[in-house]
Design a protein around this ligand. Structure first.
Ligand code: FNR
Length: 193
């Protein structure tokens, strides 16, 4: 059975660099025999978290959709912008809302993080902050993160990474993640207490 991976970009912006990177991930997953489930961040966007809203089992549609898509796939990939050295508030907001289901869907899942930015660090600092809520929730976050520096100049017209060494590194990272997720089907993650 092919591996199923949810891939989403945490940017709402038209022409987002992270969306371009997420779409490349989709292509590479399919090249490697996997099934990629691409999602647009607009499907997951939620109102600001307010616990006063949490009456009668209320969960916003965006969180319901993210829960459904996480559970329908073997793993998920987030391509996220870095805002002020950290993860975007809207992404944290969606994660917080989605963590309110019981059981919460992040537990025992595998994730890979990637970022794209016009800067030289490629938005990598933001990914370290994104690890925190995910690991807190019991997601096994892949150690290798991929950050595309100078991303506004990094893509070819066809949407691949222009630098061949970097394009190959992207594939190697993604294939290694896919192998791990495949192998882990037989070895479930440690349950969070
Ligand atoms: C940014 N940007 C940014 N980039 C970066 O590498 N480190 C940072 O700390 C920040 N901080 C930051 C704060 C805010 C509020 C904005 C709006 C932007 C720039 C950011 O990387 C750039 O706009 C990307 O193009 C955003 O990703 P998408 O939308 O192209 O996927």
């Amino acid at each position: 059975e092919p591996l199923k991976i949810l891939v989403f970009s945490a940017s709402l912006r038209t022409g987002s660099l992270n969306t371009q990177l997420a779409k490349l991930a989709v292509r590479v997953i399919e090249e490697n025999g996997g099934l990629a489930d691409y999602a647009d961040m607009r499907e997951f966007d939620c109102p600001s978290l307010n616990q006063d809203l949490e009456v009668d089992d209320f969960h916003p549609d965006g969180a319901r959709e993210l829960r459904k898509r996480i559970l329908a796939n073997d793993a998920f990939i987030i391509a996220s912008p870095e805002y002020n050295g950290s993860m975007p508030g809207l992404l944290k907001n969606v994660i917080d809302w989605t963590s309110r289901f019981r059981p919460q869907p992040f537990n025992e899942k595998h994730a890979m993080l990637m970022s794209a930015s016009p800067s030289m660090a490629g938005g990598n600092r933001g990914l370290w902050t994104l690890r925190m809520p995910l690991e807190h929730l019991g997601t096994s976050v892949y150690p290798n993160m991929f950050s595309l520096a100078m991303a506004h100049k990094a893509f070819t017209a066809e949407g691949d990474i222009a630098d061949e060494t970097l394009a190959q590194r992207f594939r190697t990272n993604l294939f290694a993640f896919m192998s791990l997720v495949e192998a882990a089907k037989n070895y479930p993650c440690i349950k969070k207490a």
